[in-house]
Design a protein around this ligand. Structure first.
Ligand code: C2G
Length: 130
C-alpha cells in the first residue's frame, strides 16, 4: 500500500486545500498530513495563523481523505517525518516546485498544480473589505 505524506498550514481552510488533499489521497492508500505549528508559521510568515494549531489539526483530521495528522514543527525535519510515517510519496503544491527534490532518495516527490485564484490572503482581503 502507498503511504502518502503532505504538509501545510491549512489556515482558514479553503477549497484549494481540499483539492490538494483529495488529489494526494487519490495517488494511493494512506494519507498522513503534517500541519505546521503556530511557531513554525511565525518563522515562515512573520505572523501567527488565524486559527491555532489545535483547531487546524482538528479541521484537517476531519477531512474524509485524511487518515492521520501530526504537528509539523520544523521545515528541516521532513526526512524524519517521512521515516516516522513510512511514507513512500511526498505530495506538495507546485508553489514548492523543486524545494523538496533532495528527498527523492527516500520518497517519490510529486508536485501538484495549485488550485488557481484561491488563497488565504485573498479570503482575508475579502473579509477586510466587507
Ligand atoms: N494549495 C493549493 N492550492 C491553493 C492553495 C494551497 O494546492 N490555491 C496547497 C499548497 O500548495 C500546499 C497545501 O495546499 O501544498 C497547503 O498550503 P498552505 O496551507 O499554504 O501551506 P504552506 O504554508 O505552503 O506550508 O512544509 C511545508 C509547509 O508546511 C507548507
Amino acid at each position: 500500500m502507498t503511504n502518502i505524506i503532505t504538509f501545510g498550514t491549512f489556515d482558514v481552510f479553503h477549497v484549494g486545500h481540499l483539492h490538494i488533499l483529495r488529489r494526494a489521497k487519490a495517488l494511493g492508500g494512506r494519507l498522513v498530513v503534517g500541519v505546521s505549528s503556530d511557531a513554525l508559521n511565525y518563522q515562515k510568515k512573520g505572523r501567527y495563523p488565524i486559527y491555532a494549531e489545535q483547531e487546524r489539526l482538528s479541521i484537517v483530521a476531519g477531512i474524509k481523505y485524511v487518515d492521520a495528522v501530526f504537528l509539523e514543527e520544523s521545515l528541516e525535519l521532513k526526512a524524519e517525518y517521512i521515516k516516522r510515517y513510512a511514507a513512500d510519496t511526498l505530495v506538495m503544491g507546485d508553489d514548492w516546485q523543486g524545494k523538496f527534490d533532495h528527498l527523492c532518495d527516500s520518497v517519490k516527490v510529486v508536485y501538484l498544480p495549485r488550485t488557481p485564484a484561491v488563497s488565504t490572503t485573498a479570503v482575508i482581503e475579502v473579509i477586510k473589505h466587507l
